[in-house]
Design a protein around this ligand. Structure first.
Ligand code: SF4
Ligand code: SF4
Length: 442
């Protein structure tokens, strides 16, 4: 399973009188899934959250109605986005989502648009599903990891067979019914080594309307240990060989992307995109970085200044600080007992949100690309800087390599579009200073 929504929605981090917005990733079927992808960070929640053996959890009618009403009433924005994820939420059937849409209509305030995102592995989609998704204007996030061999290595069904053919059938159906969709591609130890094959496949075969790439980073302890509760004595220094996936003593799962492979993947895709595809192919990261280079807030939560706006809700109504923090330590309440708005504004949630910036090590504070990165997602900050300071991001070396490489390209693209360049080594300010210098010296 991958994550469309923790990264897709923009908006202020905390509600204010002027703007009340929040985002909840609802998991109405919890971790239940018809597939068994190796790196799904969510399947293990079945044990962690103590779902009863053999029973498929489900957000029941009462809690569903409470959630829909609370979520709408807790916001004053003109657009409200519901996000549905699993496990595999399509296992609930079309009728469940018909009920969702009905409830949304029941509580929809005048003048407010309500829309829905649905994250899926695509294997259960058929004509009826696509008709429903089209009719109700759902945005679908489809997990696909690249050409057949690459996709089938980790994205398997319960019998261990690859799911490529079913997913490609879903691609055809989504196009046929003109359903809005984005592709979510996990960058793992294998896809990271084949960036052009993956990118060109998504561009030319899948004809992805928007490409989202997700670096796979999982510590070997991730099933039982919540992020940021790691044992400090276990933390390794940037550059330590035990941070390499596949190393005999590695602390990360073998399917993870390494820091350098992540940087190389982004650089190769970027080169292809900037030479051939600007304006015709949408790569979510690159669009977001153009915003950051322009001086706007990065719309991706992983690269923003604060966390805390995207809550996650389990089928029993339990609400957590973030989709990546569904661990007992990060529970902030239950929908049956507390209003969503109250949970979103709770001190625990606010503290979680601001910790992202407050806990940045000096290396990030002084980094030339802090404006675009902000130390990336805290769930990946489990290594030490070369000076021995805690809290550095596992992917830092890759991110940094990419930022240095793409800096001039982002500045060039913005200038071509007649837009300002607020940051980076080629910013308008630096350029102006360079142009002025000879005059001043004369
Ligand atoms: S921990 Fe923060 S940056 Fe990471 S996914 Fe959650 S909200 Fe986004
Ligand atoms: S590139 Fe590295 S040092 Fe710079 S902000 Fe990102 S994680 Fe921190």
């Amino acid at each position: 399973m991958s994550d469309i929504n923790s990264v897709i929605h923009a908006g202020p981090q905390f509600n204010s009188k002027a703007s009340k917005r929040m985002h909840v990733m609802a998991k109405p079927i919890g971790a239940a899934c018809n597939l068994d992808c190796d790196y799904c960070y969510y399947l293990s929640k079945e044990n962690l959250l103590e779902y009863k053996k053999g029973c498929t959890p489900q957000l029941d009618d009462q809690k569903l109605e409470k959630f829909v009403r609370d979520y709408i009433e807790g916001q004053n924005s003109l657009q409200i986005i519901f996000s549905w994820q699993g496990g595999e939420a399509t296992m609930l059937g079309i009728s469940y989502f018909e009920k969702v849409v009905e409830l949304q209509r029941k509580y929809q305030p005048e003048g407010v648009t309500i829309s829905n995102d649905l994250q899926t592995n695509g294997t259960l989609l058929n004509d009826q599903w696509c008709e429903f998704l089209k009719k109700n204007n759902f945005l679908v996030g489809l997990s696909i990891d690249g050409p057949e061999l690459l996709h089938n290595t980790y994205r398997t069904n319960k019998a261990g067979r690859g799911t490529f053919k079913q997913v490609m059938r879903a691609v055809d159906l989504l196009h046929k019914h003109e359903v809005k969709f984005a592709t979510l591609t996990c960058v793992n130890n294998l896809t990271s080594r084949n960036p052009l094959e993956v990118y060109r496949f998504l561009r030319d075969v899948v004809k992805s309307p928007q490409m989202q790439f997700i670096p796979i980073v999982e510590m070997k302890t991730f099933r039982e240990t919540a992020p940021n509760t790691w044992d400090i004595s276990d933390r390794l220094m940037q550059g330590d060989k035990r941070l390499i996936p596949g190393h005999k003593d590695s602390v990360v799962e073998p399917f993870c992307v390494s820091d350098h492979a992540w940087g190389n993947f982004l650089i190769t895709v970027f080169n292809e995109w900037i030479c051939n595809d600007v304006g015709t192919v949408f790569v979510q990261y690159f669009e977001a970085f153009l915003e950051a280079w322009m001086g706007n807030r990065n719309p991706l939560c992983t690269l923003g200044e604060m966390c805390g706006k995207g809550l996650a809700m389990e089928p029993n109504g339990d609400v957590y600080t973030c989709d990546h923090y569904v661990y007992p330590e990060y529970k902030i309440g239950n929908i049956a007992e507390t209003a969503l708005e109250k949970m979103a504004l709770s001190p625990k949630q606010q503290q979680f949100g601001t910790a992202k910036s407050k806990s940045l090590p000096k290396q990030c504070q002084e980094c030339d690309y802090k404006f675009a990165c902000f130390g990336e997602c805290p769930k990946n900050r489990f290594i030490k800087t070369r000076d021995g300071e805690d809290g550095l991001n596992y992917l830092c070396a890759g991110w940094n390599k990419f930022y240095k490489h793409a800096d001039a390209g982002f500045a060039f693209t913005l200038r071509q579009l007649g837009l300002p360049v607020a940051h980076g080594k080629h910013s308008d300010k630096i350029l102006t200073e360079k142009q002025i210098l000879p005059v001043n010296n004369a």
